[in-house]
Write a protein that binds this ligand. Sequence first.
Ligand SMILES: [Zn+2]
Ligand SMILES: [Zn+2]
Length: 227
Amino acid sequence: MANTERKLVHSKSGLRMISIDDSESPFMLTEPQWVPDVECPYCMQCQTKFVLMKRRHHCRRCGRCYCSTCCEKKVSLHRMCFIDPVRQCDSCCEVSRKECEFFDKHIKVLLAGGNFVLVDADVINNNQMSVTCKLSTDHRLLTFEGGPDMEPFQLSSIESVQILTTGTDADGNPLPSGIALKYRNKDEDLKIIKMSIINGPNRRQAMLWVAAMQKAYKMIYETRTMR
Ligand SMILES: [Zn+2]
Ligand SMILES: [Zn+2]
């Protein structure tokens, strides 16, 4: 069982609530280095010169240096675990606001799980088995309940997410029928799991789960390519 105990820590950007366990959730970002004051005589957005009455402000997300006008908004920054909204530049505000939607809505869907039928999985012998796929409470693992004995795997080990489709709706848009995840198992072997949405009362939840998974992967992927 992963340690989900949490503790409060102070950083120069604010109070943070972090997991006591070192290995953090794949959604987490580390705090940036702040651009040193000596390296920025001008606002990095509007080029206003900093003088005694025109002070520098650092964006808590990117660490760049701005005047008060260009870095005035405070927005929640879930990915750095700040308890309160923190000061961010305009472009970071935009990204953080979109992420708020993920942490307010979509992550709950992933935690609640979706019902699927496993199709052509090379991880099992059976051709078709129904499972509930869930994100673990520490956000690190995808787990499988109810079906064949399947090893959970790390969310951060996913290498691609593909939405499976069958047919089109009335407007000609492809209809999602499931999701295929390519990932590395504990032995670093590349695996593919395909899960089909089951028609029935849980269909909507599974559709939402697939959409939320796509958003989660996009967030992790973008962070990976930024480094
Ligand atoms: Zn400015
Ligand atoms: Zn920024």
